[in-house]
Design a protein around this ligand. Sequence first.
Ligand SMILES: *[C@@H]1O[C@H](CO)[C@@H](O)[C@H](O)[C@H]1NC(C)=O
Ligand SMILES: *[C@@H]1O[C@H](CO)[C@@H](O)[C@H](O)[C@H]1NC(C)=O
Ligand SMILES: *[C@@H]1O[C@H](CO)[C@@H](O)[C@H](O)[C@H]1NC(C)=O
Length: 171
Amino acid sequence: MSRIALLLVVLASSAAVVAATGGGELKHIHLYMHETFSGPNATEGGIVASPFNSTFGQVAVFDNELRAGKDRASPLVGRYQGFIVGTGQSSPGYLTSATVAFTAGEFNGSTLSVEGPFFSFADTAERSIIGGTGKLRLARGYYLLKLLGKTSPETAVSEVDLFVLMYGSTH
Ligand SMILES: *[C@@H]1O[C@H](CO)[C@@H](O)[C@H](O)[C@H]1NC(C)=O
Ligand SMILES: *[C@@H]1O[C@H](CO)[C@@H](O)[C@H](O)[C@H]1NC(C)=O
Ligand SMILES: *[C@@H]1O[C@H](CO)[C@@H](O)[C@H](O)[C@H]1NC(C)=O
């Protein structure tokens, strides 16, 4: 390997380290997810039955509200739109894939692509932030989703903490 090729390899690997450790700002976005299970304004449903007489293969869609507070009357900040699929063949397990689409505030018009597992309502779900658009381009990170409880027979609220590592220019 020539010296120049070696230098390029060294430069490339040190640039990767900078990007992986020093290049990002960790941003915490704290929101509440409001869901409606039934009725004309349901925000989730359409469950496709499993072909296996279990949860394996079930599919449901959701378009839940992301609001600034626990109160349903608090400002709408975005939508949490995606689907959940039963992916556990012998044990309960689901995969969620969704878009966090901001419709107000600092990130209005930008989105985050998120995905990861769901095992139980009792636990805090942790999932990955795998990308973004607009001001959130190249975003990475994780988020925590915890069901706080039902707010009526047909509605529930969950707390959402997004930890977003934003790389490079966000402009
Ligand atoms: C559904 O939403 C519409 C439009 O926001 C509203 O007028 C209506 O009252 C809602 N219906 C129910 C049952 O909440
Ligand atoms: C479906 O699963 C349930 C619970 O495991 C079982 O009781 C039932 O017999 C199954 N039905 C069929 C058609 O396999
Ligand atoms: C969000 O952005 C859209 C499109 O630019 C704009 O129409 C809307 O007024 C903005 N909403 C808020 C709450 O800033």
